[in-house]
Write a protein that binds this ligand. Structure first.
Ligand code: IMP
Length: 190
């Protein structure tokens, strides 16, 4: 697999870090005087939330939930819930990618039922052209096109979350045929 033909780097680790700092500064200002809880959607958003919260200069809590997709329509439910009770809290949902927007729509509804004091979303990546349902994203890291992305928490069949940068897959067939090649390109540049 030729790295350049099949995958291309789209967001550099330094840009990811700089954007986390900008978003962290905005959250520090907007949530001044409160103690928000960052509810992280596992597993993809784990890398992002770790960088983000270290840039927030407030007393914050960080919690996690895991989703499960089931049934033909890919219905979503919370498989592993937060340890924190969210009623009356300022909740900041942390997502890796908003693609069609369906996941975030369902999740916001499920969290809203718990009557938090406020509910906002931070999404690292907004795949704008793929959106099927309009859903609020109050803070976004980067807007991208419709390429499949991996790295910095984003996976393809469980792989590539450990890459420091974010890569777009240009040729999905070649990529799937040589699943080890991206790691080689990403880690060694060859
Ligand atoms: P949505 O419900 O279509 O908005 O899908 C959102 C979820 O799909 C994200 O939280 C990711 O888990 C997954 N996803 C969507 N696009 C990508 C991608 O390019 N790379 C990795 N995961 C993705």
């Amino acid at each position: 697999m030729e790295g350049g033909d099949v995958v291309t780097k789209v967001i550099d680790a330094r840009d990811l870090s700089a954007r986390a700092a900008e978003l962290g500064a905005a959250l520090t200002q907007d949530y001044h005087g409160t103690k928000p809880v960052f509810v992280t959607v596992m597993s993809g958003a784990l890398w992002f939330v770790a960088d983000l919260v270290r840039q927030v200069d407030l007393p914050v809590e960080v919690d996690f939930l895991m989703l499960n997709r089931f049934g033909e329509g890919g219905r979503i439910r919370i498989a592993t819930d937060t340890a924190t009770a969210l009623t009356g809290r300022d909740v900041i949902l942390v997502e890796d990618i908003v693609d069609t927007g369906l996941t975030l729509t369902v999740l916001r509804k499920l969290i809203a039922e718990r009557e938090p004091a406020s509910l906002k979303t931070v999404a690292l990546i907004d795949k704008v052209p793929r959106r099927l349902v309009d859903v609020p994203i109050e803070y976004r890291g980067f807007e991208v096109g419709d390429e499949y992305l991996v790295g910095y928490g984003l996976d393809h069949r469980g792989l590539y979350r450990n890459l420091a940068d974010i890569w777009a897959v240009l040729d999905l067939e070649a990529f799937q045929a040589a699943p080890d090649a991206l790691a080689r390109v990403a880690l060694t540049g060859s």
